[in-house]
Design a protein around this ligand. Structure first.
Ligand SMILES: *Cc1c(COP(=O)(O)O)cnc(C)c1O
Length: 469
């Protein structure tokens, strides 16, 4: 399997060659040169596989340059009941007649990002050990991504993590989760400022090519191809869990922000998984819902991004969207370059009335959005009807999913975080806090390790230079 850039300026590369990278050198995103399709009977043969076995069957198609035994060992080490607290890794729970919750949030940080990030940690360590290299990961977080990255990279040889977060602006739970890590390769930097100040610092450091090369600075952001690839697996796992015959179509409802999760679902469908609808749900930041309804992709200015009660979906642009658009425009890199030139210049592009947009609609994508009162009502309703407490992001997905529910078509709603992460919203909806999984009862009381710094690029660079491997 070779990988190309959506903007056409990268020589075909292997999985290993793109693994550690962020953007392609031409500013595009890495995509497989074609999607592997299932052989007749292949899907039927996957019934009864464990999560690691299924992950190997799928990921070996995308990472075919890695020795099979090595990939198998990395996958086995990643997807264990020790890490994900359940043998099934992504179990399903029935909510209503033919409506299911696909539970993706049993990893160490209680959000679905762990599923891909835990594999990434093991893949990165493996790749660096092979080459004798090292990597200093620099990131900015408002909560979820940073902790998921830190729990994936803690203790890994050859890797250090420098994670910037806005000082005293994350939830107490999220702060405790990150800052209680005592691993010497994890550096938490609490910046006096807001999330955008943190992100600006990361951009400024990344734009200093000399500094970046000297200190082997890398990222783990959501455009990393291996993260998307790892997420394809649970669409298959969910499908296998709720179907009995091999051409049974199911629909998935996906709480969406950067289009990473649902992009994996789209690829699963392209591989031949019988998916009827991919139901994209946004919160008040409805960039993607607007696109699927109108054909206009209009990014938001930072100041226009609403701070909502499903904060991990508060995005101004959807960083993985370019992968999907690349296919929609017939894999024409010149067209992709032109569309993103328009985004950079005018803040939007408009595909309405084009063949590309006409082709997207029958492809299974539908969309909708949700707001604070909606998600409060859904959390209450799901609790009363099903006895299950869902988090705010998952509630956005369920809300839109039910709007598109069809008779006789199983609907799988993706659970992207556990309610324990968003206690205040659950108290608001239900009047009592959610249960915390075992081991998380007292995390706020653990000793915390972090550095407080001004929002000053030079100071952050000096700190990295002092501590980088
Ligand atoms: C990251 C995240 C999302 C959005 O996922 P994308 O892949 O960015 O679309 C939704 N819910 C939660 C809880 C998240 O952490």
């Amino acid at each position: 399997m070779r990988y190309l850039s959506t903007r056409g300026g990268m020589a075909p590369a292997t999985f290993s060659e793109i693994l550690l990278g962020g953007l392609a050198p031409d500013g595009g995103l890495a995509v497989p040169e074609h999607y592997p399709t299932l052989a007749p009977g292949e899907l039927a043969g996957w019934r009864g596989l464990s999560y690691p076995e299924l992950a190997f069957a799928i990921l070996s198609k995308f990472a075919d340059d890695l020795p099979a035994a090595d990939l198998r060992a990395l996958i086995d080490r990643t997807y264990s009941a020790d890490t994900f607290r359940t043998e099934a890794i992504t179990p399903v729970t029935n909510l209503l007649d033919n409506v299911w919750l696909l539970r993706l949030s049993n990893g160490p940080t209680l959000a679905f990002k762990d599923i891909a990030m835990q594999l990434l940690g093991n893949l990165f360590e493996y790749a660096l050990l092979k080459t004798g290299g090292h990597l200093n990961i620099l990131g900015a977080t408002s909560g979820d991504t940073g902790s998921s990255a830190e729990y994936a990279m803690r203790g890994k040889r050859g890797i250090q993590v420098f994670m910037l977060s806005p000082h005293q602006k994350m939830s107490r739970f999220q702060t405790a989760q990150m800052f209680s890590l005592q691993d010497p390769n994890i550096f938490n930097i609490a910046v006096h400022g807001v999330f955008d100040d943190c992100q600006d610092i990361v951009k400024a450091v990344s734009n200093d090519a000399e500094f970046k090369a000297r200190h082997a600075i890398g990222t783990v952001n959501s455009i990393n191809w291996a993260r998307v690839a790892a997420q394809i697996v649970y669409y298959f796992k969910g499908w296998l869990a709720v179907t009995t015959h091999d051409d049974q179509e199911v629909s998935f409802a996906v709480p969406s922000g950067n289009f990473g999760n649902i992009c994996a679902g789209y690829i699963a469908k392209r591989m031949g998984l019988p998916i009827r609808r991919l139901i994209l749900a946004t919160n008040e930041n409805n960039v993607l819902d607007e696109f699927f309804r109108t054909g206009v992709y209009r990014v938001r200015q930072t100041a226009q991004v609403a701070h909502t009660s499903s904060p991990s979906m508060d995005i101004s642009k959807a960083s993985n969207f370019e992968r999907f658009i690349f296919d929609a425009v017939g894999r024409d890199p010149a067209m992709v370059r032109e569309l993103w030139r328009q985004v950079d210049t005018f803040g939007f592009f408009d595909l309405s009335g084009t063949d590309a947009f006409r082709a997207i609609l029958p492809s299974g994508f539908v969309s909708g959005s949700s707001n604070h009162p909606d998600r409060m009502a859904v959390i209450r309703w799901v609790y009363q009807e099903c006895g299950t407490v869902v988090d705010t992001h998952t509630a956005d997905g369920i809300k839109v999913g039910l709007e598109y529910r069809e008779q006789g078509v199983p609907l799988l709603c993706l659970e992207t975080a556990l309610p324990a992460k968003f206690e205040d919203s659950i108290v608001e909806a239900l009047g009592h806090p959610p249960e915390r999984p075992a081991g998380y009862e007292n995390i706020e009381a653990l000793p915390q390790r972090f550095e407080v710094m001004e929002a000053d690029v030079a100071a952050v660079k000096a700190y990295i230079a002092r501590h980088a491997s």
